[in-house]
Design a protein around this ligand. Structure first.
Ligand code: PMP
Length: 463
């Protein structure tokens, strides 16, 4: 049972001492403190004001198995008592980390048989940046250092994560010269965001144009200088951007043509989110390295992993120590919880359920929103979806003349109406737990429709 917290006091302490992530601290103070999430079960979170909210975001794209799994608490408890911690620096390893590595390798069909552990998605991408550059160094191709990514990509909040990411607002903070890319050796190309950037073309032509932008960049900087291309199969934090179907196969062909490593950031897409175990299966490519986090442990404990091809590891093995790794790489408790979490997803057939049942159902229900006067596009893949809120369906014009007015307003109304979603610019995005039922999907879509209705007069007043 939830504890009897003094919510008003917690809010006061929140303002006085706690600095929340990715937030405007003054705004939170002005609001009287954060919403205090007290407990959660299944697909619902509960706050200190007594609200029960359908979690349309699975926490932060991560609670795949839903909240309140006794089993995961039990496994953590047992592992804490047996071996709460040990490192992997001293020619040492622990059973849960080894078994989890083997499990992840098997989930890649054996194509990526080696696994390196970290604690977060950002750290996984830091590992990847160092690993791909080191690989080329050891191989003797010293000039191959550039990593190509996309504008509006999200690869984390560490220095390397922000740099590989394509979020301009993040590039503008905490680096020597605002507006100049934080780290050298990273190049960005256009993103495959058809609704915002490609509606004057067919999706196929747009997919080809976006893939071509990668080849153009490779030729501009010189193929002999490019180490890797990195991309999320479906951009998550960028706004659930589902690329045209012909995009990724062309990206892969371009990488192969120039001998460039293909990296997929599966931090959101991995573990069934798009209807297959991996997002790269959904988009039809075979990467050399993948990053995963979030669904790996359903967020119950922080853990991430990088799965790597045999070829890359063979080369790195000829180069002595790979001087990279963290105190918590291969953390035994996090590994044990992740292993059991994967077992739960397999036992309950959650990957198949998303592919055959709830994914198609969400798509069908989202399609019913298309007749709403505020909906420019409603799209999804698996249990990852977005609704574009527009002032004019025909032109795609946004309220207030630019993106950023409608999204936060509709999001706040949805939350008030009992649904946690995220507003990214003017799209409302969703990523519910993989255990969501069809009737909960009905509720989710129903709340979005009601909230759009409620927002419409306010938005029309803005113009
Ligand atoms: N990559 C992707 C695709 C992500 O969505 C995220 C987190 N939203 C990250 C990396 C960073 O993960 P973390 O916040 O665990 O560092």
């Amino acid at each position: 049972m939830p504890r009897n917290y003094d919510i008003a006091e917690l809010r006061r302490l929140d303002i006085a001492h706690h600095l929340p992530a990715q937030a405007d601290w003054q705004e939170i103070e002005d609001l009287g403190g954060s919403r205090i999430i007290t407990h959660a079960d299944g697909c619902y979170i509960h706050d200190g004001d007594g609200n029960r909210i359908l979690d349309g975001m699975a926490g932060l794209w991560c609670v795949n198995v839903g909240y309140g799994r006794d089993e995961l608490a039990e496994v953590a408890r047992e592992q804490m008592l047996e071996l709460p911690y040990y490192n992997s620096f001293f020619k040492t390893a622990n059973a849960p980390a080894i078994l989890l590595a083997e499990k992840i390798a098997s989930l890649t069909g054996g194509r990526l048989p080696h696994v390196f552990f970290n604690s977060s998605g950002s750290e996984a991408n830091d590992t990847i940046l160092r690993m791909v550059r080191h690989y080329w160094q050891v191989k003797g191709e010293h000039s191959r250092t550039i990593v190509i990514s996309r504008h509006n990509a999200y690869h984390g909040s560490t220095v390397a994560g922000v740099s590989m990411g394509g979020m301009k607002v993040m590039h503008g903070q905490g680096f020597p010269a605002p507006g100049i890319l934080p780290m050298a050796g990273i190049e960005h190309v256009r993103q495959p965001y058809w609704y915002n950037e490609g509606r004057d073309m067919t999706p196929e032509d747009f997919g080809t144009a976006c893939a071509q932008a990668i080849e153009d960049k490779i030729l501009e900087v010189g193929p002999e200088n490019v180490a890797a291309f990195i991309g999320e199969p479906v951009q998550g934090a960028g706004g659930v951007i589902i690329p045209p179907a012909n995009y990724w196969p062309q990206v892969e062909a371009i990488c192969r043509k120039y001998g460039i490593l293909l990296v997929c950031d599966e931090v959101i897409c991995g573990f069934g989110r798009t209807g297959n175990i991996w997002g790269h299966e959904t988009v039809g490519v075979k990467p050399d390295i993948i990053a995963m986090a979030k669904g790996l442990s359903s967020g119950y404990l922080p853990i991430s992993a990088v799965a790597v091809s045999a070829e890359i590891v063979q080369v790195i093995k000829t180069g002595g120590d790979f001087v990279h790794g963290y105190t918590y790489s291969g953390h035994p408790v996090a590994s044990a919880v992740a292993l059991r979490n994967i077992e739960i997803m397999e036992r309950e057939g959650l990957f198949e359920k998303v592919r055959n049942e709830t994914g198609p159902y969400l798509a069908e229900k989202l399609a019913t929103l298309r007749d709403h006067p505020l909906v420019g596009e409603a799209r999804s893949v698996g249990l990852l979806g977005a609704v574009e809120v527009v002032a004019d369906k025909a032109t795609g014009a946004r309220f207030g003349g630019a993106e950023g007015t409608a999204g936060p307003m509709v999001r706040d109304i949805c939350i008030r109406n009992g649904l946690m979603v995220r507003g990214i610019r003017d799209s409302i995005v969703m990523c519910p737990p993989l255990i969501i039922t069809p009737s909960q999907i009905d509720d989710l879509i129903g709340i979005i429709r009601t909230s759009l209705d409620e927002a419409e007069p306010k938005l029309r007043a803005i113009g």
